[in-house]
Design a protein around this ligand. Sequence first.
Ligand code: TMP
Length: 235
Amino acid sequence: MQPLYEGKAKQLYATQDQDVLRIVYKDEATAFNGEKKAEFEGKGILNNELTSHFFKVLHEAGIPTHFIEKTSEREQLVRRVTIIPLEVVVRNIAAGSMSKRLGIAEGTPLETPIVEYYYKDDALGDPLLTLDHINLLKIATSEEVAQLAAYAKRVNEVLIAYFKANGITLVDFKLEFGKTSGGDILLADEISPDTCRLWDAETGQHLDKDVFRRGIGSLIDTYQSLFDRLGGKLS
Ligand code: TMP
C-alpha cells in the first residue's frame, strides 16, 4: 500500500474510514532542511510513544487534537485534516534560529512567550512570515491565525507545567495545525523531542534533537533518557 504522503519522519496512510488516517513513525532524523540525515534504530518507536502521550496530556487539558489512538509500536490513528502550511513556533527562552537572527544569547529567558510563523515550504527553506505575508499568501485568515496563536499559547502553558513537574524546562517547540472537512481546526502532526527544545532544569543538558543537529551526543540515548524520566511507560 502506497502512503498518501511521506515526510522526513513519518508516513501517512489512508484507512477504511475516510476521516481517519494511519501514521507510521520512521527511524530517520534530518536537520537543516534535510541536509543532514541519519537513521537511528528505534527512534520512531520512542517518538510515537512520546507524541501519543503529549497529545493525550493536551486532550485532557481541553485542546482539540487530531490524535485518536496509538495502535502499535510505530503507528497511531489520527483524524484526517488538511494541514495549514504554517510551522507555529512558541519560544520561552531564546535559542536556535531566534538567537542567531536577533543576537540574543541562547538561554536568555523571554519576558513573555513569543509566537512565530514559518511557511512550511521546503523549496523556500521554511521562511519566517509576518501576519501580512500570511494574509498575502492566503495561507490562513486573520481570525484563523488568532485562533492558532491562542491554541499555541495554551499548549505552551500546559506543556510548561507538565515538563516542569518532571524537572525539564520547555525552551521552545513547533506545532502544526490542520482543518477537518467540517472546518474545525485541530492540533496535528507530532510533538516530540524532534520538535521541541527541552533542557534539564538543573544541568541544562539537551534532551532533544539538538544533540543530533549540533553533533553533541547520541540521539537514541537522549530520547530514551527523556522517555525514562517521564515515567518509562507512557501511553
Ligand atoms: P529554530 O530555533 O531552529 O527556529 O527551532 C525552533 C523550534 O522548532 C525548535 O524546538 C525545533 C523546532 N523545529 C521543528 O520542529 N522543525 C523545524 O524544521 C525547525 C527548523 C525547528
